[in-house]
Design a protein around this ligand. Structure first.
Ligand code: FAD
Ligand code: NAI
Length: 502
């Protein structure tokens, strides 16, 4: 075995990961310590840069995200040095990391921002695809151009985006829940959105401003080689915009949803033939077709826990993520969250001395504000990366620091089914038990507004459509204004809430 080669002995600030969390952290450290070298070690040849950042309100933010060659970051911040290499080991007692070529880099403070990877329903099956980075998205698109039918498993962000975007291909969407989009909505919002799945996609794109994703700065030579090892940075908002998500057929949407089921077994073609089981054709309408058999031969078959079997060209496992902790665990006694993330305290500090973590890799384990929760999102990766740098700097200078304001209120702006979607606070009454009430206002095809109330105070909200209510609701939740006297008037469209509260 090759001996480890120490190349740097003076402890530096070291950041691992070239995604939003790592890059934001490195940038902030570079600003705070202009005369020190900041080392960014990343397995991907491109980095993610936040551009056009705009604080829209107290906690809502908008920004574009660009995939750029690493030299662009080094040019912007001459004191950031980037090493393109996967970290293979952390020696926390010696305060050093070991990169792929065996080089050791000593740190005084380290921030781990290695992101997460798709948690697939089945590892090692070539017909089961996960979508995480540019390469996996391109592979998915390539497969889709040859596909007549695919199966999507999972009911979160990726599944929601895919079922709306895919055209010219039958989609069987299998979800564990009763209604679609369980990580973002309740059944009411799901019903509001479902009509869009059957409508032809004739309408134009809405023009509201939201976080955008671009690979404009990505040069050809920077195409990642990381795909095989799932080492690229996570995609983000509008990732599918440049991809033509069209199958082989000439229709628009053709989606069948199987609710309250999971995958029981996956058969390859030959295995399925031998099993003598029968698969179902694509259900056309509500008539009971389940007795007929599909005569097509498919590369892969999925048996669901509701006993139905469908054949398809391939399966997308959009079933969440697992934090990328593996290279850092050996020999280090990290405290881990239930989801396998590195537990961080209110200063983004892990359980190991001088080791911080931010973004998808970490599990927030401080006592959160009553209206904040962690979700593995781009906005939180940026906020955590920024705040981790502030905490590292404060610890280095022996100063104290207050928790950043962005962790006071959960706020997420996104787009599903061509609607603007804003989620605030405990938007799904998470953790509130039965001690809460909901207020709704819904105009079909136009807007869906749900607020979660507890003891006369607003705890969360889901705003779908151009409601223009986000800033007012943000204030109401943050200030915990007593709204008991307003009752149902709170959502009366004839009452201008801004006049009342702003
Ligand atoms: C398809 C898709 C769509 C999404 N859409 C949205 C959205 O609309 N809105 C939203 O808010 N969020 C969205 N997200 C989530 C968002 O992209 C992530 O939460 C966020 O990008 C995580 O950032 P990160 O910096 O923590 O991790 P990542 O972006 O995963 O970056 C991790 C970095 O670490 C590097 N790395 C990994 N292992 C090592 C190692 N051992 N050594 C060195 N470097 C390593 C990787 O190369 C990479 O550069 C989406 C995610 C996906 C996959
Ligand atoms: N617009 C947005 O905000 C978007 C955000 N994202 C983010 O990207 C990341 C990855 O997205 P997703 O994979 O969609 O994760 P997710 O966490 O959003 O959703 C995972 C879904 O898979 C389901 N699931 C988990 N295990 C399962 C199993 N064994 N069988 C069937 N279903 C199972 C869960 O119930 C959940 O519905 C997430 O962090 C997500 O928040 C992704 C796309 C869009």
């Amino acid at each position: 075995m090759e001996a480890a080669r120490p190349i740097s002995t003076a402890g530096k600030f070291v950041v691992v990961g070239g995604g939003i969390a790592g890059v934001t952290c490195a940038e902030q450290l570079a600003i705070q310590f202009p005369s020190e070298d900041i080392l960014l070690v990343t397995a991907s040849p491109v980095i993610k840069a936040v551009t056009n950042f705009k604080q829209v309100s107290k906690v809502l933010e908008e920004f574009d995200v660009e995939e750029q060659p690493k030299t662009m970051l080094e040019n912007r911040f001459p004191n950031i040095k980037i090493i393109e290499s996967g970290v293979k080991e952390l020696k926390s007692k010696e305060h050093c990391i070991v990169t792929g070529d065996g080089s050791q880099h000593v740190y005084k403070k380290l921030c781990l921002c290695a992101g997460a990877k798709p948690k697939l329903i089945c590892e090692g099956n070539p017909y089961v695809l996960g979508i995480r980075d540019t390469d996996s998205a391109q592979e998915f698109q390539k497969q889709l151009t040859k596909a007549k039918r695919i199966m999507i498993i999972g009911n979160g962000g990726i599944a929601l985006e895919l079922v709306y975007e895919i055209e010219g291909c039958e989609v069987i969407w299998a979800i564990k829940d009763k209604a679609i989009g369980n990580t973002f909505f309740d059944a009411g919002a799901a019903e509001f959105l479902t009509s869009k799945l059957t409508a032809e996609k004739a309408e134009g794109r809405i023009a509201h401003k939201r976080t955008r994703y671009t690979t404009e700065g990505r040069k050809k030579e920077t195409q990642t080689t990381a795909g095989a090892g799932n080492m690229g940075s996570a995609l983000g908002p509008d990732w599918h915009e440049g991809l033509n998500l069209k199958g082989t057929k000439e229709f628009s949407h053709k989606i069948h949803i199987e609710t309250m089921c999971e995958v029981k077994k996956i058969f390859l073609q030959e295995e399925f033939r031998i099993s003598k089981k029968k698969s179902l054709p694509f259900p056309r309408d509500h008539s009971n077709q389940s007795v007929t058999t599909d005569n097509e031969v498919w590369p892969v078959y999925v048996e669901l826990t509701n006993e139905k079997i469908y054949g398809c060209d391939f399966i997308v496992s959009a079933t969440g993520v697992t934090p990328n902790t593996e290279p850092f665990l050996c020999g280090n006694n990290f405290a881990l969250g239930e989801d396998g993330g590195l537990k961080v305290d209110a200063y983004m500090h892990t359980s190991l001395s001088d080791v911080y973590a931010a973004g998808d890799i970490c599990a927030a384990s401080w006592r959160p504000s009553p209206v904040w929760q962690q979700m593995r999102l781009w906005t939180q990766a940026r906020q955590m990366g920024w705040y981790a740098a502030k905490c590292m700097a404060a610890a280095n200078l022996g100063e104290s620091i207050d928790m950043d304001f962005s962790f006071e209120l959960f706020a997420h702006v996104t787009k599903f089914f061509n609607y603007k979607v804003v989620l605030l606070g405990k938007y799904n009454a998470q953790g509130l038990g039965s001690d809460h009430e909901l207020m709704l206002r819904c105009t079909k095809g136009h807007e869906y507004i749900k607020v979660v109330m507890q003891h006369g105070r607003m705890m969360g909200a889901v705003l779908i459509g151009e409601t223009d209510l986000e800033e007012t609701f943000e204030n109401l939740i943050l200030n915990q204004t007593d709204l008991s006297s307003y009752g149902e008037d709170l959502l009366d469209p004839n009452i201008d809430l801004e006049d009342y509260f702003d």
